[in-house]
Design a binder for this molecule. Structure first.
Ligand code: HEC
Length: 150
């Protein structure tokens, strides 16, 4: 009886925690601006980590997971550029929605550059890694220059 009660209390507590998390998530999902900014911020952090490894001339093993993170962040970010979400606390240019095909191409190109960097990092040649890191940085800038307001 005692044990049963404890379990029941624990079960209710667990449901409360899960319910709370679920609500937090669905609220965040309703806010495409904060979703995409969080993903982009994670890109910035990953690029800093990669730069540190490149500047130190290794280890390449430190680069691969960060590059993979950038590739997946960029793929995930695309869906959060919802039409009409150019209002509010955002630097997204309204031009995005007038040129969605171009924007998505730049996003895919950048994700591909990140995947290429992940592969060269796994290969272990820091010269190639440094070159691919430079290309990845340029692909971020190619989109920011056109579609991110100053
Ligand atoms: C296809 C376009 C595109 C690509 C590619 C892209 N970004 Fe962005 N990025 C944006 C846009 C648009 C914003 C502004 C988002 C907003 O304010 O709603 C942004 C914002 C940011 C921000 C600021 C986030 C914040 O907290 O406000 C950082 C940091 C960033 N990007 C880093 C990167 C890095 C690093 C890469 C490359 C690995 C990259 N981005 C690739 C379009 C892009």
């Amino acid at each position: 009886m005692r044990i049963w009660l404890k379990r029941a209390v624990l079960a209710v507590a667990a449901i409360t925690v899960v319910g709370g998390l679920g609500m937090g998530l669905s609220q965040a999902q309703n806010d495409p601006i904060s979703q995409r900014k969080a993903l982009m911020k994670s890109n910035g952090d990953a690029m800093k980590a990669i730069k540190a490894a490149v500047d130190a001339n290794g280890p390449a093993t430190a680069v691969a997971p960060e590059a993979a993170k950038v590739a997946s962040n960029l793929k995930a970010a695309a869906v959060h550029f919802v039409p009409g979400s150019d209002k509010g606390d955002t630097k997204a240019s309204p031009d995005i929605w007038a040129n969605l095909g171009d924007f998505q191409k730049l996003d895919n190109d950048s994700a591909a550059a990140a995947a290429k960097l992940e592969a060269s990092a796994k290969g272990g040649d820091m010269k190639v890694v440094a070159a691919d890191f430079g290309d990845l940085g340029k692909s971020c800038g190619a989109c920011h220059n056109k579609y991110r307001l100053k």
